[in-house]
Design a protein around this ligand. Sequence first.
Ligand code: SF4
Length: 246
Amino acid sequence: MSPRTPRGASGAARRAGSGTRGANGAKPGLPRKEDPAKKRERGMSVLRTLRKEFPSAHTALRHENAFQLLVATILSAQCTDERVNMVTEDLFRKHPAPADLASVLREELEKEIRSTGFYRMKAKNVIACSSMLVERFGGKVPRNMEDLVNLPGVGRKTANVVLGQAFGITSGVVVDTHVHRLARLLGFTKEDTPEKIEADLMELFPEKDWIELGTLLILHGRKTCKARKPDCPACPVNHLCPSSAV
Ligand code: SF4
């Protein structure tokens, strides 16, 4: 007998990124209506299961301090963490502190970070961000969301990464492309913008779990629930996922 065709391969990926509706009028892959308490319980079961799968979950971006994590996260847009780590190894050796990157020549920085993609915009933002840190914050990375999102090139996602991973400060849930996709596939949200998805996740999960939740969903998205081909048969949370193909 041939194995059941996984809805996951293209179906789950499509459902995560599309706003189309299924035959029953509900968004495909999501239960039409789920009791809020049951949804919360299911969410916590997903979290507990992923915790076992990734017992020492943390960002894969190599850094020695908050500033380096900030720069690495800016560089990671549309780029793999592995590539960013390759680039930052030399970059941080040559320019370890905000004052160093604030005064680097833009053309020089563009060359150094070229392989991360979108290098012109990233170089501009890294220099402007480093300059602002030097001028307004005494070369230190601020420890609050409001100041962080005012830095050039820094949005809520980057700010959440820095606050959570560098300072252990909970301010929200990191919503990158993996979290965006998985939150929808797992039926935690029906929203389609990072801000609204983050708000739904903050509502569904206890604040103490917000930092870990983002990291675990990212790791799960990279390893198993990949954008192009979610591996539902191998997924440890397939029994908890409304989009599962098995
Ligand atoms: S979370 Fe697991 S079961 Fe659900 S779509 Fe992704 S891989 Fe499939």
